[in-house]
Design a protein around this ligand. Structure first.
Ligand code: 5GP
Ligand code: ZN
Length: 109
C-alpha cells in the first residue's frame, strides 16, 4: 500500500524518530506548526479515528500513553494532543496519527 506513514513505520522512508514501542512510533513532524511538533502513529494501518473498531480500543489507549511518554522525553510540561479526522477535519495523511504540539512555554519564559 502506498502509505507514507506505513513506509515510515517499516523504516522504508526516513524520519526523525523519538521513540518506538511494539505497536507505535513517534517522530518529528516534517513541517512543524508548533515549536515542538511530533506525531504518534500506530504501526498498524488504520486510516483515521473514524475507522477504529472496538478491537482497536487497547491500541488507542497505548497510542495516548505513548504520547505521554514522548512528551516527558521532550521535556514539555504542557501540550496539546490533536487528531484531525477526515478531509473535512483537516486530515491530510490517511493513516491515524496523534499530533503532539507544545513548546510555547519555552518561548515566553
Ligand atoms: P494531518 O493534517 O493529516 O493531521 O497531519 C499530517 C502531518 O504529517 C502534517 O503535519 C505534515 O507536516 C506531516 N507529514 C506529512 N508527510 C510527512 C513525512 O513524510 N514525514 C514527516 N515526518 N511528517 C510528515
Ligand atoms: Zn498506513
Amino acid at each position: 500500500m502506498d502509505c507514507i506513514f506505513c513506509k515510515i513505520a517499516k523504516k522504508e522512508v526516513p524520519a526523525e524518530l523519538l521513540l518506538e514501542t511494539g505497536e507505535t512510533l513517534v517522530f518529528k513532524d516534517i513541517h512543524p506548526s508548533a515549536p515542538v511538533h511530533y506525531l504518534v502513529i500506530t504501526k498498524k494501518h488504520i486510516s483515521s479515528v473514524a475507522e477504529i473498531t472496538e478491537g482497536d480500543e487497547a491500541l488507542m489507549g497505548h497510542l495516548i500513553h505513548t504520547a505521554k511518554t514522548a512528551a516527558e522525553k521532550l521535556g514539555v510540561s504542557g501540550y496539546k494532543l490533536v487528531f484531525n479526522v477526515g478531509k473535512e477535519g483537516g486530515q491530510v495523511v490517511p493513516h491515524i496519527h496523534l499530533h503532539i504540539l507544545g513548546g510555547w512555554a519555552t518561548l515566553v519564559n
